[in-house]
Design a protein around this ligand. Sequence first.
Ligand SMILES: [Zn+2]
Length: 346
Amino acid sequence: MSNSDARVKVLRVPDQYNPTMRMRRIISRWAGRVVFYVPTASKTMSVSFDDGPTSPCTGRVLDVLDKHNVKATFFMMGRCVERDPALAREVAARGHTVGSHSHYHQGMGMFSEADAEEAIKRSRNLIVDATGQDTHLFRPPYGAMNDEVRAACVKNGIVVAGWTFSSGDWYGYGQPRIASRMAKMVCPGTILLFHDGDKGRRGADRPMTPGGLDQTLDFLLSEGWSCVDIPCLLDEWSKPMCDFGSDALLLGMSSNPCPGGEPGVDVHLFWDTPKKPPRAYSVSIGGTSQTAMMPDPNDLEHRASTLYFRDVSREADAVQVRVSVSGLGTHESTLQVNQAEVSRRV
Ligand SMILES: [Zn+2]
């Protein structure tokens, strides 16, 4: 038999049906980088959960996700997985993606590379043992990290997964407020943050999360949104809004009336700023201009930059926004103001 006869024909499986290949591709592109928003025109977004798994909250969240046929991403704490491996297994068995949220929920802003590696590996190993699913996604507690943590992530093929907007479920918001806030703030490529635990505390409950999530998904799915896990959302990555050069990359922008009911609108800017030091930029709408600094790349909590324009009518359908980066240029966009009103629909 010749060599050519012995060749086995390899059937290529498209990535979307092959989670391992998809994850490899994601690691090769994003290991050590922070993803917190995906530039896309597609009406696609993600929901994610931190601090679990805990009973009964995680089970209730899983039931809400099943009801809506939605797959999410759960950032689990090692100590929770250690306490309730069966619940962790159930999350993975029900088709969700699992990420790590460290072992003890310590802020990692002062961690050495070795400490960061230990915190990531310890929770990752527990997750693999409990769920049978390896994880390459890591969300640092409090969104706090430093260059040492980043180096540990690069070394271990870990993608740092931030979030775009928080639901406020940790802040004591009620269910309607969570849903109306999320409906207003969501835009294509958004990663929403919820909690199915409380920093690993035994018996912790998040009573508003399942209902708030249910109302949020009721509204968004009825409005034609697709809700996918973070690896699938990353597949939607397309052209960023404006590359100013010199590491000033504006991935996208969005706008909505101020969620607190105050006059005016919020404008959110999603900057990809991998290197320090942060640069200054200014945003103008009509005659009003504001200056701000690009976010610190190691501060995930404030990765989406929000500027408040009090003088713009909160009823405006669209605003003309001018973004200028000193010495690099100006970008102009017409932004639709998201006037979604959840109370009319649920
Ligand atoms: Zn947390």
